[in-house]
Unconditional design. Structure first.
Length: 364
């Protein structure tokens, strides 16, 4: 049975989340849809992968489904094919998989698709909603972070007088000295973010791989396991709820992010992402320990770092493992903005950022 807290939170999360439900069993499709409509106002349905992909493709990029819940075994185009087709153009799409497969190797194949949740049929109503709740919670927090970052950027925009062109503003931001602890001007976030959005390069994956050193490529492969290990530690820390343990885990994340930035610098192709990671490392290393004493702040920091690591892992898989992207720089701006967003939400040194942070926390 679903707990009262989970029920209430799912009601809140579901308001801004759209779903696409895919299953060739029409009866199951209607049962699942009716169950989800109690929490999610927008639930579209499809009976196979081709119909689902057509519906997904027709959606504007800015308004695509938050979560796709799909069966695996379907006619015309199965769940594997659907996920692969969507991954070709949108690696960040979230999936929950429903399957009756019990073969261990095939289950591994499903998990390796990079899905967000899996349910083995038959499953109980409460189990279905618990998985939907967990994935929706991540989507909801991502939406809040994007909204908050945008809000802060717009507020800062009024304070900045752009007297030069976009190119000149980007160059000015690149020359700005590194910000020290407790000396973070509010406008600097926007300047850096503005530069990120206007100076991203474009390069075909094939050209990049042909030029890159095999040794450098091998180093990136190692980071997939490292990022997963950090994600596991963050998940453990979330349950452990200890200030000391949290600080230790954040330092572990900072260490791996520094290594990640150094690995990026070896290629000479990702200065934006490398610089963002380095700045975030400095911020995390200087984080005021007393900040972690408050459970809500501590949990939010863990959640945001977890999402950041998941994005890094997804990028490594897309570029270096599966090699399924066209432009190697698709990740740069969103990653840099996520790093900046963490600093913007919590303030210059992790100390109380006044009403801004408190209002943000009340949403969780």
């Amino acid at each position: 049975m679903l707990s009262v807290d989970t029920h209430n939170h799912l009601k809140k999360y579901g308001k801004g989340i759209s779903l696409l439900l895919v299953d060739d069993d029409v009866i199951s499709l209607e049962l699942y849809r009716n169950l989800l409509l109690e929490y999610f106002p927008s639930v579209d349905i499809a009976t196979d992968g081709i119909e689902a992909f057509e519906k997904w493709s027709k959606k504007p990029v800015s308004n695509r489904y938050s979560i796709i819940i799909t069966d695996i075994l379907m006619p015309r185009l199965d769940g594997f094919g659907l996920i692969e087709k969507i991954r070709e153009s949108s690696f960040g799409q979230r999936f929950i998989v429903l399957t009756s497969i019990d073969d261990l190797n095939e289950m591994r194949e499903i998990i390796n698709l990079g899905i967000d949740g899996i349910l083995q049929k038959p499953f109980e109503r409460s189990k279905f909603l618990e998985v939907a709740y967990r994935v929706s919670s991540n989507v909801y927090k991502e939406q809040l972070l994007v909204a908050r970052t945008t809000q802060l950027a717009m507020a800062s925009m009024d304070k900045i007088r752009l007297k030069t062109s976009i190119k000149q503003e980007s160059e000015s931001a690149a020359r700005e000295p590194k910000i020290q602890k407790n000396k973070m001007p509010p406008d600097s976030f926007l300047v850096k973010k503005y530069a990120v959005r206007t100076s991203i390069a474009h390069e075909e994956l094939g050209d990049f791989l042909n030029e890159a050193s095999y040794l450098d490529l091998d180093k990136m492969d190692v980071f997939q396991d490292k990022m997963i290990a950090c994600e596991v530690e963050l998940c453990k820390t979330s349950n452990f709820a200890s200030t000391t343990k949290t600080k230790q885990t954040i330092m572990l994340v900072a260490y791996e992010l520094r290594e990640f930035a150094e690995a990026l610098n070896l290629f000479g192709k990702f200065p934006v992402a490398a610089n963002a990671a380095t700045n975030l490392v400095v911020y995390l290393e200087n984080l005021d320990a007393s900040f972690l004493d408050e459970t809500k702040k501590r949990d939010l920091m863990i959640d945001l770092l977890l999402l950041l690591l998941q994005d890094i892992n997804a990028w490594i898989v897309a570029v270096f493992v599966e090699q399924i992207v066209r432009d190697i720089h698709y990740f740069d701006a969103s990653f840099a903005n996520s790093c900046l967003g963490i600093e913007m939400v919590f303030g210059a040194d992790g100390k109380d950022n006044g009403d801004d942070l408190n209002n943000f926390l009340e949403l969780f």
